[in-house]
Design a binder for this molecule. Sequence first.
Ligand code: FES
Length: 147
Amino acid sequence: MYSEKVMDHFQNPRNVGEIENASGVGTVGNAKCGDIMRMYLDIDDNGIIQEARFKTFGCGAAVATSSMATELVKGKTIQQALEVTNKAVMEALDGLPPVKVHCSLLAEEAIHAALWDYAEKHGIKIEGLQKPKSDIHEGEEEEAEEY
Ligand code: FES
């Protein structure tokens, strides 16, 4: 049911860990399954993402998507990182089963949360970036509370 790439990134996740004094750190949670993902980004003075690491307390698909997401944003500009949507992550992983699509959304939101943190720390506004919801759960978005 999982592609080889998903299994690979699940079994050998890339970029696991933390970045000390990261430029931006974002944590997002899925209220439905209780899984949590934290993303650390190191962004240089030119706005290039030099390093990306993550910690995921969650399912295999969440681990695989966060692993792939960190690989995809490394070396990118902030604007390019915004194009690393959950769809892009899923495509890079050769797809996910439909019931696992929400796990990839967590990866996208984690990137956005880390970029949001970076923007706040630097007092800048990133074009096209919105503060992500901490809770992501299908069909219940209206009830999601920000905290
Ligand atoms: Fe929770 Fe996958 S089941 S993120």
